[in-house]
Design a protein around this ligand. Structure first.
Ligand SMILES: [Zn+2]
Length: 385
């Protein structure tokens, strides 16, 4: 039997989806009626969430990427012009991050399901929210590099990963290097869209026809070997027309170099998701300078990421026009920050504001925005990569 709370939740959810199909005025009207009638709308949205920008979107016609704030974890949601969704990582365990991802996916992006979930590696700030999220929204396919029996750096790995292994999904796929994620065809006239796994478990594939020699390979010094699963991160590149986006997850310094030296296997990109939340163990300048992005986006926390070496490497990359951060670095070394206008969340107790990127239908330019602050800036896609 349905409990009263469950029934209320179902009614509220139905009202919400009904409204999403109509228009915003109707949405506002019905929400007001629901509140006046004493129906607890709180139960329709996760109680822990404070995301303020409630925006129902029309069916997707543009490639959109959202960086959802998981306080130093990772959750990057892409929605293709065909309305198909690819979520890269799910933040930390517990209600908070899953609720934030669900809210952006369902209420901002208007999704009814996650078509593909990619888990880049076996650290809990990347797979932690998956099982909780699967309870809120159907996840059709999960792609990962295969769950190991144990993880040296996580004594509780077997217990931590259990919910992920047991969550209900339709399909599980093991990622191989150079594998292409099959995506739905786009409407006629739109550019080609592809998502390729450039590397996994330190095995990399060449993804460009031209493979220029990496610049600055001789000058870069190695750091102590990284034996953690960060070094095994899944690396992907998304192409939409001329537009290119790079997500290297938590790849670390020496492995980043092997992606570039002696040959640049990736080519250049437009947008670089800063590796490993911006920590100094990652973001080898030889990688950043060789990718030569126009925009960098860092999924950092208030005290995680924004490493001085990383910020310096970004500042010293001449191609970069704007550095975005999900959070302001609130440590004493606050000079290692981008200007406030490029930061989604400035305070410790934040509203979990997300960053959004929309690529124009022809792929020739793209706009990065922080909907909560009304910031937006348009960039021209590189004509050659
Ligand atoms: Zn991480």
């Amino acid at each position: 039997m349905f409990s009263r709370a469950k029934l209320t939740l179902q009614i509220c959810t139905n009202i919400y989806y009904l409204c999403m199909k109509r228009n915003k005025t109707l949405l506002t009207g019905l929400l007001s009626i629901a509140v006046l009638a004493g129906i607890g709308m709180q139960s329709a949205v996760p109680v822990t969430s404070k995301i303020s920008t409630l925006k129902a979107t029309a069916p997707a016609t543009e490639l959109t990427i959202y960086w959802i704030d998981t306080e130093g974890g990772a959750a990057t949601l892409m929605v293709t012009p065909a309305g198909e969704s690819v979520l890269i990582d799910t933040g930390n365990p517990g209600e908070r991050d899953a609720a934030r991802i669900f809210e952006v996916a369902s209420q901002v992006a208007g999704l009814k399901q996650i078509d593909h979930l990619v888990t880049t590696h076996w650290h809990i700030d990347h797979y932690g929210g998956a099982a909780e999220l699967a309870k809120k929204i159907p996840i059709l396919e999960v792609l990962d590099k295969g769950v190991p029996d144990k993880l040296t750096e996580d004594a509780n790995f077997a217990a931590n990963i259990k919910a992920y292994q047991e969550m209900a999904v339709q399909k599980r796929t093991r990622i191989k290097p150079n594998q292409v994620l099959k995506l739905k065809a786009l409407a006629k006239g739109l550019p080609n869209l592809s998502l390729r796994f450039v590397g996994v478990d330190k095995a990399f594939a060449t993804v460009t026809k031209k493979t220029p020699n990496g610049a600055g390979c001789e000058d870069t010094k190695d750091k102590p070997a990284d034996t953690s699963d960060n070094a095994n991160s899944t690396v992907l590149v998304m192409n939409y027309g001329a537009f290119r986006f790079f997500d290297g997850a938590d790849l670390t310094w020496n492995i980043e170099k092997s992606l570039i030296c002696p040959q640049n296997l990736v080519g250049t990109v437009d947008v670089f998701q800063v590796n490993h939340h911006g920590l100094n163990q990652s973001n080898n300048p030889v990688l950043i300078q060789s990718l030569a992005p126009t925009v960098s986006i860092m999924g950092n926390g208030t005290r995680k990421g924004c490493g001085p070496e990383t910020i310096t490497a970004l500042r010293n990359t001449p191609s970069i026009q704007a550095q975005y951060q999900l959070h302001k670095n609130l440590r004493p070394d606050s000079l290692f920050n981008t200007p406030n206008t490029y930061i989604a969340n400035l305070k410790q107790n934040c509203n979990a504001n997300y960053l959004k990127l929309t690529v124009a239908p022809d792929g020739k330019n793209y706009t990065v925005s922080i909907p909560a602050t009304n910031h937006q800036k348009t960039f021209t896609t590189k004509t050659t990569h």
